[in-house]
Design a protein around this ligand. Structure first.
Ligand code: SAH
Length: 270
């Protein structure tokens, strides 16, 4: 590598030194639940990077980029995501693994896509650790709604457009968690739907039934913040067809509401 291309790295090391941050120590027998952000390694927090560097056991799933997993070079890796279309490992087994690793006196990082406490089942894992008396910490990450929308050029809020933004799951396993889509539609506020592809048709039908016009701007943001990021813009009325035509795959966010229409204007278009 030439000296010129090394310069930003050296500048970064110097900037970091000026911050005078003393990263917290990950102790043996402790578990940290760490948010990795939506994919782009640049969106890791400094504390997440430090946690990966200290871990000697890393438990991760499919949403985390391989480059980020590779930072934990000293750690034994435990992959607990889906394999070749098979169902994921049951949550109870993941909880038990975290407890076991902590009891083996490992320095455990449980790495999750986005933010551990936003549709990440981080709460269940923290609860299991708390119930078993395992010392733990949760390190927030950039959730895909905020990282991903920004990357796609869509503002989360914009004066004159929206005074609230709704984050919802399109795939609630427990019926108590299932959003009341017609009620959400009636707020008129933009909705960002995580895990929305599988049940998109039903969700869209309920949003329309709740009174959102077919002309409501809508978008799908696939692989947000990653090199293969793709945004498909449609309307609520054409969203399902657009997703099929463009063969949109997971991970993707569905965004419904006027903020989507800001995309062209912020980019200097229409
Ligand atoms: N804890 C995560 C969400 C986990 S649920 C977070 O805070 O972001 C998994 C869902 O997140 C996916 O189905 C998808 O809707 C969304 N998601 C995660 N990463 C994404 C990405 N890079 N691009 C688009 N959507 C993403």
């Amino acid at each position: 590598m030439s000296n010129a291309s090394k310069e930003p790295e050296i500048a970064l090391v110097r900037a970091f030194a000026r911050l005078k941050l003393e990263p917290r120590k990950l102790q043996a027998g402790h578990v940290w639940l760490v948010g990795a952000g939506p994919g782009d390694p640049g969106l890791l927090t400094i504390e997440a990077l430090s946690a990966l560097d200290q871990a000697d056991a890393l438990v991760h799933d499919a949403l985390v980029s391989p480059e980020i997993v590779a930072v934990a070079e000293q750690a034994e890796k435990f992959y607990v995501g889906k394999r070749g279309g098979r169902l994921s490992i049951p949550q109870g087994e993941i909880n038990a693994l975290l407890v076991r690793l902590a009891r083996e006196n490992r320095k455990v990082v449980r790495l999750k896509g986005g933010h551990p406490y936003v549709f990440g089942r981080g709460g269940e894992e923290t609860l299991a650790l708390a119930q078993n008396g395992i010392p733990h910490r949760v390190l927030p990450g950039v959730t895909s709604a905020f990282g991903g929308l920004t990357s796609a050029g869509i503002p989360a809020t914009m004066r004159g457009v929206n005074g609230a933004i709704i984050l919802a799951t399109g795939f609630a396993a427990v019926s108590d968690d299932r959003p009341d889509w017609t009620a959400l539609a009636r707020t008129g506020q933009p909705i960002v739907i995580y895990m929305g592809l599988t049940h998109m048709q039903a969700t869209v039908a309920e949003l329309l039934a709740g009174g959102l016009p077919e002309t409501t701007p809508a978008a799908l943001v696939e692989n947000a913040t990653l090199p293969q990021e793709r945004t498909v813009v449609a309307t609520l009325g054409t969203l399902v067809e657009a997703a099929q035509r463009e063969a949109v795959v997971s991970p993707a966010l569905i965004v419904v509401g006027g903020i989507v229409a800001m995309r062209d204007r912020l980019r200097g278009g229409a």
